[in-house]
Design a protein around this ligand. Structure first.
Ligand SMILES: Nc1ncnc2c1ncn2[C@@H]1O[C@H](COP(=O)(O)OP(=O)(O)OP(=O)(O)O)[C@@H](O)[C@H]1O
Length: 588
């Protein structure tokens, strides 16, 4: 009930349409009583009483009732659909807004397919009930009660007899409800699994093909598809078992009606016209009982789907804006790490990190895979919050800074480049949608992307496929660099940003970045010595701790891990003597 209440909360702005629809619905219940009454008059007065003159009036009356009922029905359907579509659009909007707010840690664990099924299947489950199924329930209940009263008025004995089986109908409905509820829950769960399998298969199709694992993937999908099919069949089976039984009980009422009703007419206790009227009302009254399982289905679906939707909406973002955030006029970019530690799922991945990076300083971070490089830079934009210590920007603890201001001061090129299926121009201008074409081109030039973009069929208007398919890894990276540069941020972060570009292009980008990083705080994660050697400070990480730090010269002199790395990288080109000579020169 609580879930329904919350779902109806979303319908509030469209309440008036809902009320009009409800009014029309009740009006149609009332109108529905007229025609059986007119049929009674037709039989009693025209057919048996030979009052032929009445015929035309009765027919006109029936026709008018039918026209008005149809018109009301049309408006009712329109209003119900309008209300439900608007309500669902609002919920969908809220869900997407919420998804935008959720932190990286949520997406670390979330499964895309499952999230997609929240925004599609579950919303559909809610749509059919809000308010359509809900009104249908009241329609059925009111119709049942109103027509029952009418039946009692016509003949109470006939009513009792024809409805003698209805308690069975209700018991059956309740049993059906219990079974179908869990069956629907299973189906929804399985649908989410199927969605995830499908989504992972499509996203990972290149890996699948590269490893020739298509049969395994087909088998995996087949298994989930069959599971899904079986859950659907379960529902069909349950409905198939109960529905005919319910129909049978309904039909028995008519057998009773013909038998006892006929007897009463022959005995002269009721008129033939009244029997016809009774029959009309009984038909109208039985359908709500028969429709009950379907309405219960809709209710169960909406309830289960609503629960999952609210579970998502109730997930709290781990990173939240401070209640009274500091909004500085401008971020200058002085980044300070003070004894920072970070834990992911109970495991300490950064330990006691101290960094001082004033504007204009270039900090390079090196270290083996998994040593914590990305984790360090993820903390600067508060994608995760520190477990211990603090990070200051321009003297403010970043947890006190307005999140939007903080992030707008950071230009980041992530390890995995993501491009949207949009034009190259819009991909570059992603962080600054109002950028002029000149600005976009200058950023692309600085990122060494301009030339290859111009060679593409539509230049900057070329639409790149999903995730930038159609571009090489290096081209994608250069577009991502241009995107970060265009933002003109005081803090620039490059996470392995030049890993996929060749040495020559990298050197070119480096030269441009040299120019660009003037006055900016730059963090650069790289594996190549050539990318980091000019940094003001190189930090070498090992298992989450800083084990060496200094300039290129200082670290070469130290002859520690950095030196070792340097030797490894140049071994193919330089002899040991040449390396020793460089060390001597550096140390001199
Ligand atoms: N979202 C996460 N949840 C849990 N553990 C994580 C998460 N991200 C990283 N880790 C773990 O934290 C450690 C540091 O990871 P991080 O990505 O910072 O390393 P890295 O030095 O950037 O590695 P690489 O060079 O491979 O990118 C690793 O042990 C990794 O498994």
């Amino acid at each position: 009930m609580d879930i329904l209440k919350r779902l109806f909360g979303f319908m509030k702005p469209y309440r008036k349409y809902f009320y009009i629809a409800a009014l029309l619905m009740f009006a149609n219940i009332g109108l529905g009583m007229i025609n059986p009454y007119l049929q009674k008059l037709l039989v009693n007065k025209v057919l048996l009483g030979k009052q032929k003159g009445l015929l035309i009036y009765l027919l006109m009356g029936m026709l008018s009732v039918s026209i008005v009922t149809s018109l009301f029905g049309y408006i009712y359907s329109y209003l119900v659909e309008y209300t439900s579509q608007r309500t669902i659009a609002d919920i969908r909007h809220k869900m997407l807004n919420h998804l935008q707010e959720l932190s990286f840690s949520f997406y670390d664990k979330a499964r895309t397919g499952e999230l997609m099924s929240r925004l599609t299947g579950d919303l559909e489950g809610v749509r059919v009930f809000i308010p359509g199924g809900f009104l249908q329930f009241f329609n059925s209940a009111t119709t049942f009660i109103a027509y029952l009263i009418m039946l009692f008025i016509i003949n109470w004995k006939l009513t009792l007899l024809t409805l003698i089986l209805s308690p069975f109908l209700v018991t059956l409905s309740m049993r059906f409800d219990k079974k179908i509820r869990s069956a629907y829950d299973e189906l929804r769960k399985q649908y989410a699994v199927l969605n995830t399998t499908l989504q992972e298969n499509i996203t990972g199709i290149r890996v699948v093909k590269a490893f020739a694992q298509e049969p395994k993937e087909i088998e995996k999908f087949k298994k989930e598809n069959i599971n899904n099919m079986n859950r659907g069949i379960d529902i069909g089976f349950i409905s198939g078992k109960y529905s005919p039984l319910m129909w049978f009980i309904g039909d028995m009422s008519f057998v009773a009606l013909i038998w006892f009703g006929g007897y009463l007419v022959v005995k002269g206790q009721i008129s033939l016209g009244s029997l016809i009227q009774f029959n009309g009302y009984l038909w109208a009254m039985i359908w709500p009982l028969r429709a009950l399982p379907n309405i219960l289905n809709m209710y169960e679906q909406a309830n289960a789907s609503g629960e999952r939707i609210f579970n998502l909406l109730n997930t709290k973002p781990q990173i939240k804006n401070s209640p009274n955030p500091v909004v500085p006029d401008k971020i200058k970019g002085h980044v300070v790490f003070e004894n920072v530690s970070l834990k992911y799922d109970g495991e300490m991945v950064l330990k006691d990190i101290n960094i001082d990076a004033p504007p204009g300083k270039k900090i390079a971070i090196m270290g083996a895979t998994g040593s914590g490089k990305t984790s360090i830079i993820n903390l600067i934009g508060r994608y995760y919050d520190v477990t211990k210590g603090r990070i200051l920007i321009d003297g403010y603890d970043i947890r006190d800074l307005d999140l939007k201001t903080l992030r707008s001061g950071i230009g980041i090129v992530m390890q995995e480049t993501f491009l949207f299926s949009d034009t190259i121009r819009n991909n570059i201008a992603f962080g600054k949608p109002d950028a002029s074409m000149d600005e976009i081109m200058n950023a692309a030039k600085a990122a060494q992307a301009h030339d290859f973009i111009m060679e593409m069929p539509d230049g900057y208007d070329t639409v790149v496929g999903e995730r930038g398919v159609g571009l090489s890894g290096g081209q994608k990276q250069r577009i991502a660099i241009a995107r970060a540069i265009l933002k003109n941020p005081p803090i620039l972060i490059l996470d392995d940003a030049t890993a996929s570009v060749d040495m020559e292009t990298e050197a070119e980008i480096q030269r441009n970045l040299e120019e660009l990083s003037k006055g900016r705080t730059t963090f650069i994660i790289a594996h190549r010595i050539s990318s980091v050697k000019d940094a003001d400070e190189i930090i070498v990480l090992e298992n989450g701790s800083i084990v060496e730090r200094g300039t290129h010269q200082e670290l070469i002199k130290l002859k520690g891990r950095y030196y070792h790395n340097f030797k490894e990288q140049f071994r193919a080109m330089l002899t040991d003597e040449m390396i020793e000579k460089i060390v001597k020169e550096v140390s001199a």
